[in-house]
Ligand binder design. Structure first.
Ligand SMILES: NC(=O)c1ccc[n+]([C@@H]2O[C@H](COP(=O)([O-])OP(=O)(O)OC[C@H]3O[C@@H](n4cnc5c(N)ncnc54)[C@H](OP(=O)(O)O)[C@@H]3O)[C@@H](O)[C@H]2O)c1
Length: 391
């Protein structure tokens, strides 16, 4: 049977891994999207003979249309085009846009019985309660692509949900795991994107270096699996082969392990509830010899604590945290902020949001996007102050 797939964020790292699997399996591509990479999107549309493509930047419509002249692919642009592409009928919608920009198009793709393979964790961090409520109301099935959440999803099959006592997400610790606080003040964006185990987009690689990524994932797990913050913990595991540990009331711990390759959790989602047969890289545990685990260092990596606090605080705090982090990471990439400045700016924005009373839970997507917008404005206002501290 042919499975039809649509991919939001097709030109990114997760998009590439997904299309790699699509090439080798029994799939048909319905819709593909990108933000601004017209050439790559057009190339992919031609290769996969996509029904629809959407480019988020409206002004690039003409360029994309010309690049696809002579093909049967329908070309769309802007927010409404993204929503139309997301809702084009297909069995699976793979949501792999980076950042809060993924929220609206992903939600536009909810439909009864449709699988939403969710890589975009920011959907859940920005408006988790709303996102899951809408998905359930529309009958969409949310499947986690993030390797840790995918591991939890798989381990949950080993017992009843009310028998789960604790869920531990593992983190590699990133490229600076053993670095001193003094050295951390001087690391460059080039060093930060060099992840030791995973090959990923720049934003998530930097989030992995600050450990903010693990913090966002705690929030993601809370909404995705309806777990209490007290049931969620983090362990540093530099080898990145044990992706999550689920502990049941009887003391048993179920661990999912796999080679650190995003095609494995993506393939799981594409084939679910079956298993995909492909030439997946296999783990050689004898060669690995031993598994290493250690507690995270919240002093050197304060972003993880900020995210945990935002999770405990609830309301719009995770949304504000995420928006501030997106601005901070972008500033770090442009060398306008130091590495420690990322967490410092996020903390400053959270304090400002609390003072200004914008931390109330969003009731609608528009509310959530409104808070996201305000938090970005606060971050832009505070940025010079934090940038100055770093220089
Ligand atoms: N990479 C991983 O291994 C990994 C693992 C787990 C979870 N995730 C999550 O998956 C998501 C994607 O990560 P990635 O590493 O694949 O990112 P990436 O390589 O940076 O790709 C991002 C994709 O989103 C598109 N995009 C960017 N900004 C957009 C906007 N404002 N509107 C619409 N589309 C936009 C990009 O289009 P252009 O190419 O045109 O810019 C690109 O197709 C993130 O939420 C990340 O946290 C990633």
């Amino acid at each position: 049977m042919v499975t039809s797939v649509s991919i939001l964020g097709a030109t990114g790292s997760i998009g590439a891994s997904t299309l790699d699997l699509v090439r080798s399996g029994n799939f048909r591509v319905v819709a593909l999207s990108a933000n601004s990479d017209v050439q790559k999107l057009a190339e992919l549309a031609r290769e996969f003979d996509a029904d629809v493509v959407a480019i988020s930047k409206e002004q690039l419509y003409g360029e994309l249309k010309s690049a696809l002249a002579g093909t049967r692919t329908k070309v769309l642009a802007g927010p409404s085009g993204m929503a139309e592409a997301a809702s084009a009928q297909s069995d699976i919608l793979l949501s792999a846009i980076v950042g809060a920009a993924g929220l609206e198009p992903t939600m536009a793709g909810f439909a009864k019985g449709r699988k939403i393979a969710l890589a975009n964790k920011e959907c859940l961090v920005t408006a988790g309660a709303l996102f899951m409520r809408e998905a359930n109301a529309k009958g969409a099935i949310v499947l986690p692509v993030d390797s840790e959440h995918n591991a939890v999803f798989q381990a949950f099959a080993c017992g009843r949900r009310d028998a789960v006592s604790n869920v531990t997400l593992t983190a590699s610790g990133g490229p600076f795991r053993t670095m001193s606080r003094e050295r951390l003040a001087h690391v460059t964006p080039e060093e930060a994107v060099r992840h030791p185990n995973w090959s990923m987009g720049a934003k998530i690689s930097i989030d992995s270096a600050t450990l903010m990524n693990k913090g966002l994932e705690l929030i993601e797990a809370h909404y995705l699996f309806d777990l209490k913050p007290s049931q969620l913990s983090v362990l540093i595991h530099p080898q990145s082969v044990a992706h999550a540990l689920v502990e049941f009331h009887d003391g048993s711990i179920v661990v999912q392990m796999a080679h650190p390759d995003m095609r494995i959790p993506i393939g799981f989602c594409l084939a679910w509830p079956e298993r995909m047969e492909w030439n997946a890289p296999k783990l050689d545990l004898a060669k690995l010899g031993a598994l290493h685990f250690e507690a995270p260092d919240y002093e050197r990596f304060p972003a993880l604590q900020l995210a945990r606090n935002a999770l405990l605080q609830g309301g719009a705090a995770p949304n504000v945290l995420n928006a501030a982090n997106e601005v901070a990471v972008e500033a770090f990439r442009k060398r306008a902020l130091s590495f420690p400045g990322i967490a410092a700016l996020v903390e400053g924005v959270l304090e400002m949001a609390e003072k200004e009373g914008v931390l109330r839970e969003a009731g609608t997507v528009n509310d959530a996007l409104g808070v996201d917008h305000i938090a970005r404005r606060f971050a832009a206002t505070l940025l010079p102050q934090f940038a100055a501290k770093a220089s």
